[in-house]
Ligand binder design. Structure first.
Ligand SMILES: [Zn+2]
Ligand SMILES: [Zn+2]
Ligand SMILES: [Zn+2]
Length: 248
């Protein structure tokens, strides 16, 4: 299973991009940039409780990861972290960077602290995130694991439209997920049957950038769950996951 980005904090990425753009995509300390150089955004000072993207661009600088590490102290702060992204590395392919931990981890929780920079932490070491971020981590991983187990337990079957177009399908409760594939490109469609209604309500067919039919099915599950959910927060998480996974 390949590395997948499950969740992305869009606000942070947009803000960080503005800072890097202003600095010409090079480190403002040593001038390094280009391939192989990881550029990070450093805050000159910080205000507790303020999200890392809520600062003026002028209060931030682009640094390479080497200069950034030197810029910061050696004791990791234990509060003020914001969740930037969650990745599934597909196995125990990463490790927790929390001081004193170094445990091998599968799910990377990338957190940002304005006075420290970035840290990759495992599911057990994310306690120093804000409560909202912690809940977001737990909820996203729970949904992602449910999607993965749904795919395992609902094999796709081949079927055909009336016009003769071939597709793969599976059912979720009494709803249907369809996966179309053509020369390595995948698309999904969901058909929802509302209670008391005789007919299926077919959604548009949406292209997804995935590697195989199962990943497209997983996206179908996330999309459908978003359509069926009445929980506003869950819908928001599902929407973010859809965006992250669809582009991966
Ligand atoms: Zn540098
Ligand atoms: Zn910094
Ligand atoms: Zn850890």
């Amino acid at each position: 299973m390949a590395y997948r980005n499950l969740l992305r904090n869009q606000k942070w990425f947009e803000f960080a991009d503005k800072v890097k753009q202003r600095d010409g995509f090079v480190c403002s300390n040593c001038g390094k940039g280009g391939n192989g150089i990881t550029l990070q955004v450093h805050h000159d000072s910080y205000v507790i409780g303020r999200m890392p993207w809520e600062y003026p661009v002028s209060a931030c600088h682009t640094l390479c990861s080497g200069c950034h590490a030197r810029e910061h102290g050696i004791i990791q702060p234990d509060s003020g972290w914001t969740l930037i992204e969650i990745n599934d590395t597909g196995g125990l392919n990463s490790h927790c960077e929390r001081q004193g931990c170094r445990q091998e981890i599968r799910y990377e929780h990338v957190a940002y602290h304005p006075a420290w920079g970035y840290m990759v932490a495992g599911s057990e070491c994310i306690n120093h995130l804000t409560i909202e971020d912690k809940m977001l981590c737990e909820d996203s991983l729970r949904i992602y694991k449910q999607a993965a187990s749904f795919v395992d337990n609902h094999p796709l079957n081949r079927s055909q439209t009336k016009k003769g177009q071939s597709y793969l399908k599976c059912t979720y409760k009494h709803h249907v997920i369809r996966v179309y594939s053509e020369s390595g490109n995948f698309a999904v469609q969901v058909a929802v049957k509302r209670e008391g209604v005789k007919f299926y309500d077919y959604s548009d067919v949406k292209q997804v950038k995935v590697d195989n039919a199962e990943q497209a099915q997983e996206l179908g599950y996330i999309w459908m769950r978003g359509m069926l959910s009445n929980d506003k927060k869950e819908t928001e998480i599902l929407r973010k996951m859809w965006v992250s996974l669809r582009k991966t």
